[in-house]
Ligand binder design. Sequence first.
Ligand code: UD1
Length: 376
Amino acid sequence: MDVEITVVAGARPNFMKVAPILSALKRRRESGCPINHRLVHTGQHSSTMMSDTFFEQLGIPSPDVNLNVSGGSHARQTAEIMMAFEADLEKNPTDLVIVVGDINSTMAATIVAKKLCIPVAHVEGGLRSGDMTMPEEINRKVTDSIADFFFTTSKNASENLIREGIGEERVFFVGNTMIDSLLINLDKLERPRLWNDLNLKERGYLLLTLHRPANVDSPALLNRILEVVSRSAGSFPVIFPVHPRTQKSMEEMSTTGTNIFRVDPMGYLEFIYLLKNSKGVITDSGGITEEATVLDIPCVTARTTTERPETVEVGTNVLLGSKIDSLPGYISEMIAGTWRKASIPELWDGNAADRIADAIVGLWESGRIGRGNSSA
Ligand code: UD1
């Protein structure tokens, strides 16, 4: 009997993670493994620039189903995804649900699958910031407390899971599927139109992204961060692709420094082009700290914690903490080119999705998934 796998994706950072997994599963199928997969898009991110462009650029096949749940409070969004995904799974018998990352869709899909006694594999399991004010930390902990199998990006993440009582036989250290996407697309990057419009030069600008509620939901704090960045960057232009959540706060702000160029959210190939050629990035995104590390681009994270310690320990990332006054010093170092060199974390080599597919085949061969086995 074939193994039926449902892969779930919902928001922008999920798309880079599922793309290589879907390709690896397809290759296993083509080489004779009896594995079928389908893709469910929850709809959490729905606009062209936050979703469709990523499907197109990353070569992700159209989802088999779109649950069309977007916006709303956390409770409403989570509940609506759960209701819609439950109905979907009831129509489509599944032997394994694969969830990725730490967004509301990840947690919602996991709870639904487990209550239907369907095993769940969590890609990027085990990350812990220790900061329970982050919705993502709640999503990670709830997901990991009930999922069955864990594909981790670092030994540290595997250790977190084992410390929490998860048996080693359920934890697979495979590397980072976001880096699979990065490496496979490096020769396809696209120079964005604004490059010429703003007369940008290689290593002649900084990049800024902010979307975490802690940084952007208060227009006063967001304004303060933008002021400090603008002052510290001096004559360096700062390119600021504005996330929809951030846009809401920006609407209440009068001006930003004249060297900060606000632009719409960008496609993947354009954003990575800008990151790769920048002098440095200031961000509150976890994924960008990983990409900056692999591209050896200086990175300051505007947060007090990180769930990705390897980006600080061996990568290019520093945590700003609560001291926004340290930002000018970091920006000066970026501009002066005196940032420390990074090394690449273990197994961030572009082959994580293949390791995941191999592990799934192994789970099937040993009878831990499929063959009517609905509990791990
Ligand atoms: C979500 C994830 C976060 C991830 C981020 C990446 C959770 C808890 N958070 O945060 O981990 O880093 O995505 O972008 O799941 N919106 C649009 N169009 C879109 C997408 C969003 O207008 O295509 C609006 C939503 O309607 C909402 C706001 O932007 O009002 C925030 O979106 P939401 O998905 O709730 O959370 P994010 O802040 O994007």
